[in-house]
Design a protein around this ligand. Structure first.
Ligand code: ATP
Ligand code: MG
Ligand code: MG
Ligand code: MG
Length: 439
């Protein structure tokens, strides 16, 4: 992309109403625009990162065998009356009526709808196990939408639902989701710690939340310092292998790590004192096992091996896709702007032309630009007639991992300058070496 032809409405001033770094930076970098409280347009740069995050979530879900589909945002109230949640859900649900006076709602989550799909099409134990998921917009009329996309009213969520014959099978699905979530966050360069949590209005027994530690997080968390040393890395885990998945679950959840809702001071006291950590965290996902809560109330049954009908065991599993952009920036920024991890960056490299209109500089930039494209990378070329300081400030703000600075003086010696956004270190080298370093 050439910056002269792109739409990147960066703000010079720091928006006064944005209280936390990620919100400020998303506004300043021209990633989002608020349309009403907690409702945002995703401007091109923000949209690009959102898509990258979404793609990682899709890839990691499908890697473990979960099947994508797409359900609508608007749902019929009748479905929710069946489960009893139409009244129970309260003011967070946006209720709408259509021209015929039928009660509708903008889905805050999809347990009812997926259960309806299941009961309409699945009738035998032979079709199990089954896990379906989608990435779709949700609406929750939050009392206090704030911190930008972190707590929006309209937000993008991945929600997945498993259907199993027995509790044991459903616990395997639960553990498999945990594995897939850990890998998803790690690929984005984020550490999200599974913590024992409370099940809230979804209901159920087993649940873990995934928390990214950050001072601006809304949850209070308590954990054994050693949990932060556990990484999934590139382990070869077979998602269909019960022991493989259970092993990961046990490894990641045996040390103390809880949110304030389930915090138990007596248990916490057993952790060696120097390892007792109290901090704040951002909830970027949650997994639930809730048994037959919806399958019983909504009649989602299968015929088992013995010929008898039994309600299926279910769980639901969510990732805050749009919230993740906020969490990523909270964890990766400095006073000059965002520092994107390679896995989600909107462009791989920025090319800054110090003297636009100079034949040699223009030619060298064009050559670099085309080389990156030919290699399948996405470069952003600042080809505007602006002063160097302004170009550097924009690149720092939008946080691409690499910047290549091209000017007539360097080119006389056959070199360009390569700068790492994260370390700030610059090195001079030939354009060919610069390409090799970044690819
Ligand atoms: P919170 O405790 O932050 O209100 P939740 O527990 O109500 O979140 P879940 O029902 O577990 O949310 O939804 C799954 C995921 O969706 C959450 O882990 C979070 O990452 C994301 N999410 C929930 N509410 C919002 C929101 N208002 N804005 C953005 N993301 C959200
Ligand atoms: Mg909530
Ligand atoms: Mg929560
Ligand atoms: Mg939750």
């Amino acid at each position: 992309m050439r910056l002269s032809r792109y739409f990147l409405p960066v703000l010079k001033e720091t928006p006064a109403d944005a209280q936390i770094a990620s919100h400020r930076l998303m506004l300043r970098a021209g990633m989002i625009r608020q349309q009403s409280a907690g409702i945002y347009s995703w401007l091109p740069l923000g949209y690009k990162v959102l898509k990258n995050v979404e793609n990682i979530v899709h890839e990691e879900q499908q890697r473990v065998g979960h099947i994508p589909l797409l359900m609508p945002t608007l749902q019929s109230a009748d479905l929710w009356r069946e489960s009893g949640r139409y009244d129970a859900y309260g003011d967070e649900m946006l209720r709408i009526s259509d021209r015929h006076g039928r009660d509708m709602l903008y889905g805050p989550t999809n347990e009812e709808m997926i259960t309806d799909i299941f009961r309409a099409h699945v009738g035998s134990y032979k079709d199990l196990p089954l896990t379906l998921y989608h990435i779709q917009w949700k609406f929750r009329d939050e009392v206090r939408p704030r911190f930008g996309v972190m707590r929006g009213r309209e937000f993008l969520m991945k929600d997945g639902y498993n259907f199993d014959l027995t509790k044991e099978d459903a616990m395997h699905s639960y553990n498999r989701h945990l594995v897939s979530y850990l890998r998803t966050y790690e690929r984005m360069g984020l550490q999200a710690i599974p913590m024992r949590a409370d099940s809230g209005p979804i209901g159920g027994d087993d649940t873990h939340e995934f928390l990214v530690l950050a001072d601006t997080g809304e949850s209070e968390v308590f954990y054994d310092k050693n949990v932060t040393d556990i990484k999934l890395g590139n382990r070869d885990i077979d998602p269909y292998n019960v022991d493989d998945c259970r092993g990961v679950m046990e490894e990641f959840t045996s040390l103390y790590a809880r949110t304030d809702e389930t915090h138990d001071a007596a248990e916490f006291a057993k952790v060696p004192q120097e390892r007792q950590m109290t901090a704040r965290g951002i909830e970027v996902g949650q997994i639930f096992y809730f048994g037959t809560k919806y399958s019983e109330s909504m009649g989602a049954e299968v015929v088992g091996q013995d010929g008898k009908k039994t309600p299926v065991h279910m769980g639901s599993h969510g990732i805050g896709v749009s919230r993740l952009l906020g969490a990523l920036i909270e964890a990766n920024h400095d006073e000059n702007g965002i520092i994107w991890p390679e896995g989600v960056t909107p462009f791989h490299v920025g090319i800054v032309n110090l003297k636009q209109g100079d034949d040699e500089a223009d030619g060298a930039c064009e050559a670099l630009y085309k080389s990156f494209q030919a290699l399948g990378l996405d470069p952003l070329y600042d080809d505007r007639k602006e002063r160097a300081g302004g170009k550097f400030a924009t690149m720092d703000l939008i946080g691409l991992p690499w910047r290549i600075t091209v000017g007539p003086r360097g080119l006389k010696n056959g070199v360009v300058e390569v700068t790492s956004r994260r370390t700030g270190e610059s090195e001079e080298m030939t354009p060919e070496m610069a390409i090799q370093k970044i690819v």
